[in-house]
Design a protein around this ligand. Structure first.
Ligand code: NAD
Length: 354
């Protein structure tokens, strides 16, 4: 099984090192091999190759069965022109791979209820929401520009979606909802945005084919509020690129830390790009402080979605749960007065429990 591995920048190499340990443990336990190819993306690619998205990186990723990515970006590259910034490499990579559906589960392990900012009575015995975010359309990819006008400047970004783009991700979301609690909420801003009206119309039409899934519609401002007020009302949230970007970060705080959250970016086949939701965390890079669980749970998603290894994926989730149950915490999820362990120790413990 061929996996392209992108460590990227900041904490990327630290968390990917733990991810590789987990893959080695899985390979050993189930007696097969993963073949890795390390490739460059983002700031480190710019430093070595003069571009944040080298062509050979795209080629190797396209020829792999899955891609594992740490994170890209950092202050060192913040003043580069937009097309040379690490983030543009990441956006270009997602687009080149055609991974249109970003699955972001917001899972709160019961052991971490105390690490969330919400009261335990709002969270109950944990949370499990799946946010499906459209990944290669909308404002981040639409026509954009800046021009000088009299006395100042004018800048714009365009949100444009076709019914085809909405149709394919809506179907994916209905299929996911079918395998969960059969509830889907489309989050949009259909009271003001034309693009949102098309999302609603398209989803409504497709919902006729999925009568077993209960569909609801919610404006994004209300959804941002409801996620904090009563997160348990949600099962699958389907939304466009920018709303999904913002809401999934919000949802991460329900789960205790951004460092806990995995993601899978998929298309119609078994190929996928797997990465934690967080960024390169330059403030803690190189200090053995990063939480590797978002990356390790992304590997669990890879095993499930790309390699159909559901038992191995469950093994990882159970090991994480047991390590947390044993009271082990990285600094981002540690409650007051608990002992803190580092990135490496967390990775090793998860392998040990597997
Ligand atoms: P960030 O997610 O990197 O960090 C936000 C906060 O969360 C920081 O305090 C950080 O220390 C903490 N944090 C993040 N991941 C953590 C982990 N695994 N363990 C413990 N704490 C963790 O977001 P930011 O600070 O806004 O961005 C930093 C850089 O990352 C920027 O250059 C940004 O463009 C980039 N970025 C990249 C991605 C990506 O590669 N997918 C996503 C978001 C941001």
């Amino acid at each position: 099984m061929k996996i392209a591995v992108i460590s990227g920048d900041g904490i990327g190499s630290e968390i990917i090192a733990q991810g590789k340990k987990v893959l080695r443990t899985v390979a050993h336990k189930y007696n097969f091999d993963f073949e890795y190819e390390d490739v460059l993306l983002g700031g480190s690619a710019f430093d070595k190759k003069g571009t944040p998205l080298p062509e050979e990186t795209v080629e190797i990723c396209k020829n792999s069965e899955a891609v594992l990515l740490g994170a890209v970006g950092g202050p060192k590259w913040d003043n580069l022109p937009g097309n040379l910034r690490p983030e543009s490499g990441l956006l270009g990579m997602r687009k080149a791979l055609g991974v249109f559906a970003n699955l972001r589960p917001a899972i709160l392990f019961p052991e971490l209820v105390g690490s969330s900012n919400l009261k335990p009575e709002v969270l109950g015995r944990g949370l499990d929401i799946m946010i499906v975010r459209e990944l290669i359309g909308g404002a981040y990819f639409g026509e954009k520009g800046t021009v000088n006008i009299k006395g100042g400047q004018k800048a714009w970004d365009t949100i444009a979606y076709t019914s085809f783009e909405i149709d394919r991700i809506a179907r994916k979301s209905f299929e996911i909802a079918r395998k969960r609690n059969k509830r889907l909420t489309l989050v949009d801003k259909a009271n003001v945005l034309e693009s949102s009206k098309l999302w609603r119309k398209t989803v409504r039409k497709i919902s006729d084919e999925y009568k077993d899934v209960e569909v609801s519609y919610m404006y994004v401002d209300n959804a941002a509020m409801q996620l904090i007020r009563d997160p348990k009302q949600f099962d699958v949230i389907l939304t466009e690129n920018m709303f999904g970007d913002i809401l999934s970060d919000e949802a991460s705080m329900l789960t205790g830390s951004l460092g806990m959250l995995p993601s899978a970016s998929v298309r119609g086949d078994s190929f996928g790009l797997y990465e934690p939701v967080h960024g390169s965390a330059p403030d803690i890079a190189g200090q053995n402080k990063a939480n590797p669980i978002g990356t390790i749970m992304s590997i669990a998603m890879m095993l499930k979605y790309s390699f159909n290894m559901t038992t191995a994926a469950e093994d990882i989730k159970n090991a994480v749960s047991q390590v947390l149950g044993g009271g082990y915490r990285t600094v981002d999820i540690a409650e007051k007065d608990t002992e803190v362990i580092g990135t490496e120790e967390m990775g090793e413990l998860i392998c040990k429990y597997m």
